[in-house]
Design a protein around this ligand. Structure first.
Ligand code: NDP
Length: 246
C-alpha cells in the first residue's frame, strides 16, 4: 500500500513489541519511519532494516521518553533527518506492577513521565511541524477502561491521563486539520506481556475472543487512524482488546 507515501512517522519505543509492529506497518503503508528506544540498539537497527526492506527510509534514535530534552531532541532529529514529521505515535511504555502501598514515589514519577508527560512533551515538540492531515496517536491501555484485578493502579492511572490529553489536543489541533486519537490495546503478546506467561490464561479468560492480540492487530488500528480512512476520527479512544472491556 502507498497511502502514507510522502509521510514521515515517529514511533516512540519502536525497537520491539507493539511499537516495532506499528513502525513496520506504517512503512509498508508508504511512510518513512523513525523509532526511539532506550537500550535495544540492535533491535532498533533490525526494525530499521525491515523498514528499508519495505522501500522506505528508517531512523533509530536512542531517547528515553522520561527525559524531555532527549525526547524533544529526537523529534528535531527526525524532522532534520527525514525532512518533516506527519505522524507521531506515542507508544513507549513500561509496566509497573505491585500492591499500591508498596510502590515507591520514584516509580510513580517514572510511570507518569514515560506515559503521560512524554506524550505531552512529544506533542508539543511535534506540533509546529504537523501540517493539515497530521496525526498524533497515543498507545494507552484497556486497563484505563476496565481494571478487574489489583496491582495495576499506577499503570492504569498513568495511562488514564492519555484520555484527557487526547481530548485536549484534539481541540487544540483540530482547527489545523490535525487529528489526535488514542488506541487502547488489551493483552498483546509481547515481551511486556507474553502470551505464555503464568498469568496469561487469566487474562485470556477475561476476553470475549479467548486469546491475546498479536502486535500486528494493534498496528492495524494505528494504521487506520494514520491513513486517509481515519481523517474524521479525532479526540477519541479506540479499545482493541478482544472484548475484555465488554
Ligand atoms: P515492550 O516492553 O514489548 O516494548 C516496549 C518498547 O518501549 C521497547 O521498544 C522499549 O525500548 C521502549 N521503551 C520502554 N521504555 C522507554 C522509554 N522510557 N523511552 C523510550 N522507549 C522506551 O512493550 P509492548 O510492546 O507490549 O507495549 C507497547 C505499548 O503498549 C506500551 O505503552 C504499553 O503500555 C502498551 N500496552 C501493552 C499491552 C500488552 O499487553 N503488551 C497492553 C496494553 C497496552 P527498549 O527495547 O530499548 O527497552
Amino acid at each position: 500500500m502507498t497511502e502514507l507515501a510522502g509521510k514521515v512517522a515517529l514511533v516512540t519505543g519502536g525497537s520491539r513489541g507493539i511499537g516495532a509492529a506499528i513502525a513496520e506497518r506504517l512503512a509498508r503503508d508508504g511512510a518513512d519511519v523513525a523509532v526511539t528506544y532506550t537500550s535495544s540498539a540492535d533491535r532498533a537497527a533490525e526494525v530499521v532494516r525491515r523498514i528499508e526492506a519495505a522501500g522506505r527510509r528508517g531512523l533509530a534514535l536512542a531517547a528515553d521518553s522520561a527525559d524531555p530534552v532527549a525526547l524533544i531532541g529526537a523529534v528535531e532529529r527526525v524532522v532534520a533527518g527525514l525532512g518533516g514529521l506527519d505522524i507521531l505515535v506515542n507508544n513507549a511504555g513500561i509496566a509497573p506492577y505491585g500492591p499500591f502501598e508498596q510502590v515507591a514515589v520514584e516509580e510513580v514519577d517514572r510511570a507518569l513521565a514515560v506515559h503521560a508527560r512524554a506524550a505531552f512533551v512529544a506533542a508539543q515538540a511535534a506540533a509546529p511541524h504537523l501540517e493539515g492531515g497530521g496525526r498524533i496517536i497515543g498507545i494507552g491501555s484497556n486497563l484505563a477502561e476496565r481494571l478487574p484485578y489489583p496491582g495495576w493502579t499506577l499503570y492504569a492511572m498513568s495511562k488514564s491521563a492519555l484520555i484527557g490529553l487526547t481530548k485536549g489536543l484534539a481541540r487544540e489541533l483540530g482547527p489545523r486539520g490535525v487529528t489526535v486519537n488514542l488506541v487502547q490495546p488489551g493483552s498483546t503478546d509481547t515481551e511486556m506481556n507474553p502470551a505464555d506467561s503464568p498469568d496469561a490464561d487469566h487474562e485470556r479468560a477475561l476476553t470475549a475472543l479467548g486469546r491475546y492480540a498479536r502486535a500486528e492487530e494493534i498496528a492495524a488500528t494505528v494504521a487506520h487512524l494514520a491513513g486517509p480512512a481515519g481523517a474524521y476520527i479525532t479526540g477519541t479512544a479506540i479499545t482493541v482488546d478482544g472484548g475484555f472491556a465488554a
